[in-house]
Design a protein around this ligand. Structure first.
Ligand code: SPV
Ligand code: MN
Length: 624
């Protein structure tokens, strides 16, 4: 018997040993045995995805105090530590072998040094705790998109969340070839008080690219602990680049046309900028809200949802603006709420939910009452800005029937959106693939939000809404995008959207529901069913088309004044943006493709020519 087997035999009960050994893969056995040897759990639980096993995980999350039951028997609440309620970009680092570099935008450290820290931090980390072993699949099962993942964690909340969010993979693991590429995730929250890591100062995520393994330590927030989400995305981006496909921070949805026609869109928005609500726009169907893999198959760009659930921002979900989510969160569909407030009658409340604010309850700070302040004297809001809900997609009335199609859906359009108050129009189509990739994807900027630790509202470079997860030098990533459609004639159209334009007084100049119209317009564009107006930065809609779409879909009288204001070409801001982006690439991205600078230069020249002829702020009808 080899050493791994001996460790497993000793540490696992007969039942768990049998469950693990039913997966005929020595690499799996070794990964588990090594984790046991390092973390030294008191017990080990292998989940085989049976109802009994998944129910055990949910019940244990409650029994251990990681989750609190609510009045609805299918709902629970989880709280993260006060320092740990958003993605921790600073403490998420790649381990890179000596003499290698991922470029200036990615946090990285020497691999040997990193591995030492991991050994120190994880040593004995599961003392007195139970280790959970789970198997999942990213993307549909048995598909060219599938990536099997092993998740080890000592958090039943993590294991429970993944139950709702990912495709169960125990049986899949039993049938994959022994040499299939696997992603490996090891998480430990370490020592806990009230379910919060006591060693939070030593928290962090370390990504060992060489071994496809991610270590998450002394942290609770799902974005830092759920291996299948953003931790696996970082590994997938590398794999995608190697194999010439795309792993993206994108929703996937179908816009339904007049005769039942479906046009699929993939959309990349930074966290907290309307990605989930766009994918949920009423009258259409959702495939996924956060992560997509895209491949060229038989000459077409096809995409799948990596996940099967939603870990969504709950702040400002209201009955009026988000009826689909609202209904599901008030149904018997299983849900985990995080960092919300629990009322006296055991219901969840979140910021801007459209109801009268509560005055007492329990939140991440313990007993909460109106006016409660933290150590620094700042008032604690009743729920966290980055409070979330975790649900499976299966109960959604607007779920697209292609969710589990192993071939994915054909992508008609790709959308890039950011939080931009003064520069870009609400919607525009790029001139072609390269123009879209460079001026919309690679040039994306967005104001920071509560989804990551640090200040909010600061304009930041956020290429492809994926910068936080890119795991290869940025230039290489862009080149992979440019090359992606080389073997296909059916190239998706690229669009940009901006829901966040403000007037001089700081008020938004479009409504949250207007995105319905932008989406319907983009679908018509793809089928050449609307006239477009050529501006220096892309094609924009005509007033008459928008007026009709607003009337038809929102019963709204869209005024020409609104159109002129929203779709004005703001040349000074647009020029500043081109210059900013060009400087970033010139100064910090050593391997930026030459084409990027050419496309930016053309954009600048078009803007300068328009400015000379028509002035600084150009109303859209001038271009007709
Ligand atoms: C995001 O922040 O982009 C999310 C949530 O989708 S998580 O990445 O899990 O923090
Ligand atoms: Mn996301």
């Amino acid at each position: 018997m080899n050493q791994s087997m001996q460790i497993l035999k000793q540490a696992l009960t007969e039942t768990n040993y049998r469950k693990l050994l039913a997966i005929p893969n020595e690499r799996v056995h070794k990964f588990v045995a090594d984790a046991i040897q390092l973390c030294k759990p008191m017990k080990v639980f292998v989940c085989n995805d049976s109802k009994m096993d998944t129910e055990y995980i949910r019940r244990t999350a409650i029994a251990r105090g990681e989750e609190t039951p609510l009045s609805n028997p299918y709902h629970t609440v989880h709280f993260d530590g006060i320092h740990d309620q958003a993605r921790d970009k600073e403490r998420t680092v790649y381990l890179v072998p000596k003499d290698e570099s991922l470029g200036k935008h990615l946090a990285q450290m020497d691999r040997d040094d990193g591995l030492k820290i991991i050994q120190e931090r994880l040593n004995n980390s599961m003392d007195n705790k139970k280790m959970v072993i789970r198997f999942f699949c990213l993307g549909p099962l048995d598909s060219i998109f599938s990536i099997p993942v092993v998740q080890i964690t000592d958090s039943f909340y993590v294991a429970h969340s993944e139950d709702l969010l990912y495709r169960h993979g125990y049986e899949y693991f039993r049938r994959i070839p022994a040499d299939k590429e696997i992603f490996w995730m090891l998480h430990s929250s370490g020592k806990l008080i009230h379910s919060v890591s006591t060693d939070w100062k030593k928290r962090g995520v370390m990504i060992d690219l060489k071994e496809n393994t991610v270590y998450s330590m002394n942290t609770q927030y799902a974005g830092n602990t759920i291996g299948l989400k953003k931790l696996a995305l970082r590994l997938a981006i590398r794999k995608a680049n190697r194999e010439s496909w795309l792993a993206e921070h994108m929703f996937l949805m179908a816009i339904h046309g007049p005769t039942g026609r479906k046009t699929y869109f993939a959309g990349a928005f930074p966290s907290g900028c309307g990605k989930t609500s766009t994918s949920m726009v009423r009258g259409n169907t959702i495939v996924g809200d956060d992560l997509a893999y895209l491949r060229v198959i038989d000459g077409k760009v096809r995409a799948v949802n990596v996940e099967r659930g939603i870990f969504g921002i709950i702040r400002s979900v209201t009955q009026k603006d988000d009826p689909v989510i609202w209904d599901i969160l008030h149904s018997n569909q299983p849900a985990i709420f995080s960092n919300v407030l629990i009322t006296e009658d055991e219901n969840p409340r979140w910021l801007e939910d459209g109801l009268d604010p509560p005055s007492v309850g329990i939140n991440h700070s313990g007993e909460w009452f109106l006016g409660k302040v933290d150590r620094d004297g700042s008032e604690i809001p009743f729920a966290h800005k980055n409070a979330r809900y975790t649900i499976g997609l299966d109960g959604l009335a607007n779920l697209d029937d292609a969710l589990d199609d192993p071939r994915g859906v054909v992508v008609g359009g790709i959308i890039y959106g950011g939080r931009d108050q003064d520069t870009s129009v609400p919607v525009q189509q790029s001139f072609d693939w390269n123009h879209g990739v460079i001026t919309m994807g690679a040039s994306l900027e967005s104001e920071t939000t509560a989804a990551t630790l640090g200040p909010s509202g600061v304009r930041a470079f956020q290429p492809f809404s994926n910068l936080d997860f890119i795991s290869i030098p940025l230039g290489k990533y862009i080149q992979n995008h440019l090359d992606f459609v080389k073997t296909t004639k059916q190239v998706p159209e690229i669009f940009s959207v901006n829901y966040f334009l403000k007037d001089k007084k700081g008020n938004f100049i479009s409504d949250r529901l207007d995105k319905t119209v932008w989406l319907k317009w983009m679908a018509l564009c793809i089928h050449n069913e609307v006239d477009v107006i050529k501006t220096p930065t892309g094609y924009i809609p005509t007033y008459s088309d928008l007026k009709e779409l607003f009337r038809h879909h929102l019963a709204k009288d869209y005024s020409r004044d609104d159109y002129e204001l929203q779709f004005a070409i703001r040349v000074p801001e647009l020029l500043d943006k081109v210059n900013r982006i060009e400087n970033i690439y010139r100064d910090t991205v050593a391997d930026a493709p030459k084409l990027l600078f050419e496309v930016l230069d053309e954009q600048r020249n078009r803007l300068l020519a328009a400015q000379k002829k028509l002035g600084k702020y150009i109303t859209p009808s001038t271009f007709v």
